[in-house]
Design a protein around this ligand. Structure first.
Ligand code: MG
Length: 300
């Protein structure tokens, strides 16, 4: 274990095993000690939840249309990606866990590829990546052709319904997160020749819609490749990798590693005090106490 990123004496604990490919963790805060972690078991086409205090895991939804990454919107509702519906959607817990509300499933008349990961900015806009993993085969979705020529990062303005392609120069954009002040967007690229995280400055010329400019390599992550990641209050990146969770400084220096015995897909911060790191890693969900916590969204 690495100090100072994990608490003194902290040990990695496995909370659940039995997934094929676990991804898309989100912390669902509840009354004290009643929080839960929800995540996707993509090839098994189901959504799982772990109640931390009870130490219990249950199936939240079956036939879930191959959900992947998820986050919370400003109102605390779950926003998630679906390979099967080729959509970004909002969970609809009051009606049917397997019938979420579609927010976006096309761009300029073309179906999306298979949205992979999602973040909600402080202004409520929904940013997501759109690589083709859910349409390349029937393993994590349904095999189908791409309907536009590329794999973009999009921004959905729910107020206007506008869907804008904000990044178009990546191979397979995958995980994404903002710096604490939202001046930088980080996006991982899991395309064959990539395996790195890129950084883009987010600018709003003349107060208009944001644009991603000045693309640059932030960090090449090995072994494996960076899939999902989160940013802490200090602007450090906690990224998935083949050997565990790797931590990078805001300038891209490798600071540390939390070793995990399975290939990691994603992480989220949670727990009552925000210092539990939850790790989706192939067949399992792990947790460890860490000294950092997630950067809050800036207020608008
Ligand atoms: Mg991903």
């Amino acid at each position: 274990m690495v100090e100072p990123f994990t608490e003194s004496g902290a040990e990695l604990r496995r909370l659940y095993t039995g997934s094929v490919w676990a991804e898309g963790p989100v912390w669902l805060p509840g009354p004290s000690a009643q929080g839960r972690v929800r995540w996707s078991d993509i090839p098994n086409n189901r959504i799982l939840e772990h109640e931390v205090a009870a130490g219990r895991t249950r199936v939240y939804a079956k036939d879930a249309e191959y959900t992947n990454g998820r986050t919370l919107d400003r109102g605390g509702a779950v926003v998630q990606c679906s390979h099967g519906r080729r959509a970004v959607e909002r969970d609809n817990p009051d009606s049917d866990a397997s019938a979420p509300i579609t927010l976006v499933d096309s761009w300029q008349g073309h179906r999306l590829n298979s949205p992979n990961d999602v973040v909600v900015a402080s202004d409520g806009a929904i940013w997501f990546t759109d690589p083709p993993y859910g349409i390349l085969s029937n393993k994590e979705g349904r095999e189908a052709p791409q309907e536009y020529d590329g794999c973009y990062v999009f921004r959905l303005d729910e107020a206007t319904g506008e869907v804008a392609a904000v990044i178009t120069d990546m191979i397979y954009p995958n995980g994404l997160a903002f710096s604490p002040d939202e001046s930088i967007l980080y996006v991982s690229d899991t395309g064959d020749e990539a395996g790195h995280i890129r950084a883009y400055d987010v600018q709003r010329p003349d107060g208009g819609p944001p644009q991603c400019v000045n693309p640059r390599l932030f960090a090449t992550v090995r072994p494996g490749a960076p899939d999902g990641f989160r940013v802490d209050t200090e602007g450090r990146i906690w990224t998935s990798a083949g050997d565990g969770v790797q931590i990078y400084s805001p300038s891209g220096d490798h600071l540390g590693l939390i070793e995990v015995p399975e290939k990691v897909s994603n992480v989220c911060f949670g727990g009552d005090d925000g210092h539990d790191l939850f790790i989706t890693a192939t067949t399992s969900l792990y947790t460890i106490r860490v000294t950092a916590t997630e950067a809050p969204r800036p207020t608008v």
